[in-house]
Design a binder for this molecule. Structure first.
Ligand code: MCN
Length: 792
């Protein structure tokens, strides 16, 4: 009997290779390549007066030096605005190499290629750039108030402004029995994948063909962007993603300056060129996220039901806006989480600062939105003296109200509609898991021992599995092995395992026979990429559809060969058999042979190799007139809208009464990502997300000085949590299948990190008894807050 794979918590097949050093990452490719390094701006805002490369030209091993002026054609043009939006009133994108002006520390100014990285770095050190300094804008407070501008075309440093209102907030607020205001802040942070970005380019002069390897989250996007910039037809460019050591959002953008420059140089030189980002480059010239200031006003009734919610926030987008308003619009539209306020108004301003640009980082605007909403829920509960979980449940959208439409418009101008979810059931599960009702007794016990503990909670929803499409190609070989290609990329999410699980069940073949390829434009030219927790929904469903097409063909061929109806056939362990007639069977690979027009050449080998038990008619045409040769299925999945995952977290923290040290004693998660392909992978994703969330809540912040210098641009100074700081995560699941896709899947990849700051703030506030309004919070911050609180 074939074991059901879909839903089985099997171990990830890719891990033995990855954890034993078998991974092949970008920097492992081609050690004969020339290597690139960049002169990057040491100043946050300056005009470039002169670039003097004379001395650098003497560097041993140097191959070439280029500035903006050397970039011909589209390579030298402004980098693209990837996601436009009417609210983006003053877009700005940079150049592959800075033209005339730099707008943040780390902006690339000069490309150097040498025989190796050492020589390239030596040459970089010998290039002299003269600057005229310009006034610097750092931090949202300065951006809002300073007379200085990051870009002359953006008065007030505002890149975008958007307002959405559902219902009449002013009237509802005026009529609300109670009103509260909150001023909140989330600091800038960034993801820290183990492997930085990287590009390797090979130009085949004879074939006029470019092969690119990129540590990207979207190989098709990079391919298209590079082809356009280099003026090459798509057919002359391939992009392959080797193993990728984490992406977390920062590797989506296409093209990064380096992704354009490295292939451009490779073509010019007729030699392989590679660049791998070092950690300092990652800090200062990749991308950050999170930074927001928020003002919330809420009106509510005696029961704590929200009658009116008015949110204003300012979002730090850094120096450029290639992503338009995608992060703040996610905050604005998904902030409401599982709740249904009477009326809602949200208004945001996206602000330029002289800091590195902002792109979506795991959670993408949701951790900030969740922070605003959940701090508000706690404030209401504390004000009314009502249990904090109870206040939340009184505001929930109920399962019978699904699908639920808040009336908000997303980036694409379409309504944002929740498809499914059972929030009361999730909360009940969470309360049971964390022991919500027993906490008062635990707190008392702890207090009697001189310990200070608090319980926090946070709820969220997450739009996942966004379109427009993803495809899959499933090919059954004559050996019976199955090759699956899907175009999106993988950065550690376990796709090779989960996708193979889907195929094993759909085809009825052993999982060991299924091989999955991702992120290779030679195998799948049409794809979008891995971000927004979309792979399971998008490729998962496309793979199932493609496998079903291949299976239908296999059964048709087998039915014909075995002279039975297709309905009488079943596939078990890779063998197609007639139900109840064990002697009439044929391995699935045999149908692949029969579907091949050249099968006569294979006949004997196939017979020998496949214990084929049916009859073989050599005169029969191998492929019916209406069929194509080959046993394969190709299909695309394209959803009408995102599907909404959701979850609720609770944490118990202890704060040291003297040192203000913050310890997470317990961390509990209830997560609903619809039908799970592999619960162990989902839990791994949730654990990883929580770990990143803990970083954002307690440790990680970008510390800029007033001149725009990032003071903690190394792991010596930027704290990320180690295993010792990440709590044991107790996770349980609720599966409310999505009605929107055939497999009922919702995404899981970002959820873990979304509510963590809100939950930890809630727990610290519960322990300390005064409001926590800004994250991250260090022991030093908490100690300061205690002093302020004591001073009244
Ligand atoms: N899964 C499942 N059942 C579900 C949903 C998901 O078994 N109902 C499995 C999927 O098969 C997949 C994993 O969980 O193996 C994550 O799936 P999904 O939610 O579709 O997310 P993506 O695969 O699209 O990955 C993107 C997501 C994002 S947006 C970020 S950021 C992130 C994350 O994944 N970056 C990661 N997790 C990461 N994990 C690692 N190791 N590295 C990153 O860079």
């Amino acid at each position: 009997m074939t074991t059901k794979m879909f839903g089985a918590p099997i171990k990830r097949r890719e891990d033995p290779r990855l954890v034993t050093g078998g991974g092949r990452y970008l920097d492992d490719l081609g050690h004969t390549a020339f290597e690139a390094a960049f002169v990057r701006s040491p100043h946050a805002h300056a005009r470039i007066v002169d670039i003097d490369v004379t001395d650098a030209l003497e560097t041993p091993g140097l191959v070439g030096i280029w500035t903006h002026e050397d970039l011909d054609g589209p390579v030298g043009e402004n980098l693209p605005l990837l996601i436009p939006h009417p609210a983006l009133i003053a877009p700005a994108t940079g150049f592959a190499l800075a033209k005339d002006e730099v707008n943040h520390v780390g902006e690339a100014i000069v490309l150097v290629v040498a025989e190796n990285r050492y020589a390239a770095e030596d040459a970089v050190a010998r290039i002299r750039v003269d600057y005229d300094f310009l006034p610097v804008v750092v931090g949202l407070e300065t951006a809002r108030t300073a007379a200085n501008l990051v870009h002359d075309h953006a008065p007030g440093n505002i890149s975008a402004h958007l307002l959405q209102e559902v219902g009449d907030v002013e009237t509802a607020m005026a009529g609300a029995p109670h009103r509260l205001s909150l001023d909140l802040a989330i600091e800038r942070s960034a993801c820290m994948p183990m492997e930085g970005k990287g590009v390797y380019a090979r130009w085949d002069t004879d074939a006029e063909h470019l092969t690119l390897w990129s540590s990207t989250q979207t190989s098709t996007g990079v391919r298209a962007a590079v082809a356009a910039r280099l003026g090459l037809p798509l057919a002359k460019v391939d992009c392959i993603t080797p193993d990728v050591g984490g992406g977390f959002g920062v590797k989506i953008m296409h093209p990064w300056p380096e992704e354009v420059l490295i292939p451009w140089a490779a073509r010019l030189l007729g030699h392989d060129v590679k660049w791998t980002e070092d950690r300092r480059e990652h800090f200062i010239s990749s991308a950050h996220e999170r930074g927001q200031l928020q003002e919330v006003e809420v009106g509510f009734d005696d029961e704590g039901r929200v009658l009116a919610l008015d949110v204003k926030f300012w979002h730090d987008n850094g120096a450029y806006t290639p992503y338009g308003i995608i992060v703040p619009i996610i905050t604005a539209t998904q902030l409401l989480g599982p709740y249904k306020p009477g009326a809602y108004r949200v208004e945001f301003w996206s602000m330029f600062t002289n800091t590195v640009l902002v792109t979506p980082y795991r959670g993408a605007g949701r951790p900030q939105g969740c922070f605003a909403m959940e701090r508000t829920m706690d404030a209401i509960a504390d004000y009314l003296g009502v249990d904090r979980a109870e206040v939340r449940s009184r505001n929930f959208i109920l399962p019978e109200e699904m699908p639920y439409d808040h009336g908000l418009m997303f980036q694409d101008g379409r309504p944002l509609k929740y498809d499914s979810g059972d929030f009361p059931a999730s909360l009940a599960k969470l309360k049971a898991l964390v022991g919500w009702d027993d906490f008062a007794a635990y707190r008392e016990q702890a207090a009697s021992e001189g310990r200070r503990v608090g319980l926090g909670i946070g709820c969220y929803v997450e739009g996942t599995g966004v379109g427009p499409y993803e495809g899959a190609h499933v090919v059954i070989e004559t050996s019976g092995r199955v090759n699956v290609a899907t175009g999106l990329t993988t950065q550690g999410q376990g796709h090779q395992t989960a996708f193979a699980q889907i195929v094993a069940d759909e085809l009825g073949v052993p999982i060991e026979t299924v091989h999955v390829t991702t992120g290779d434009t030679r195998r799948m030219a049409y794809a979008v990429g891995t971000f927004a927790s979309r792979a399971a929904v998008m490729s998962g469903n496309a793979i199932a559809l493609a496998a079903r097409a291949a299976k239908a063909k296999a059964l048709k061929i087998a039915a014909d060969a075995l002279e039975v109806s297709e309905d009488d056939l079943e596939i078990i362990d890779g063998v197609i058999g007639v139900k109840g007639l064990p002697e009439a069977s044929m391995p699935i690979g045999t149908t692949a042979v029969l579907s091949n027009p050249l099968r006569y050449a294979f006949d004997e080998a196939a017979k020998a190799a496949t214990q084929f038990a049916g009859t073989f008619d050599p005169d029969k045409p191998p492929v019916a007139d209406d069929e194509e040769p080959g046993l394969e299925g190709k299909d695309f999945y394209s959803p009408t809208q995102a599907t909404f995952a959701n979850g609720m977290h609770a944490a118990i923290v202890e704060t040291d009464p003297v040192t203000a040290e913050i310890k997470i004693l317990r961390y509990c998660v209830i997560h609903d990502c619809g039908t799970m392909i592999n619960p162990m992978i989902v839990e791994g994703q949730v654990h990883g997300g929580v770990a990143q969330g803990v970083g954002g809540a307690l440790y990680e912040r970008m510390v800029y000085d007033e001149f725009g210098q990032l003071l903690n641009a190394s792991f010596m100074d930027f704290l990320i949590p180690y295993a010792s700081e990440v709590p044991h995560v107790e996770a349980d699941h609720l599966e409310t299948p999505s009605p929107l896709n055939p497999l009922g899947i919702k995404g899981a990849g970002e959820a873990g990190c979304i509510p963590v700051s809100a939950v930890i703030a809630s727990a610290i506030e519960d322990a300390e008894g005064f409001p926590i309004t800004s994250m991250p919070i260090s022991p030093g911050d908490l100690w300061e807050l205690r002093q302020q609180h004591d001073r009244g």
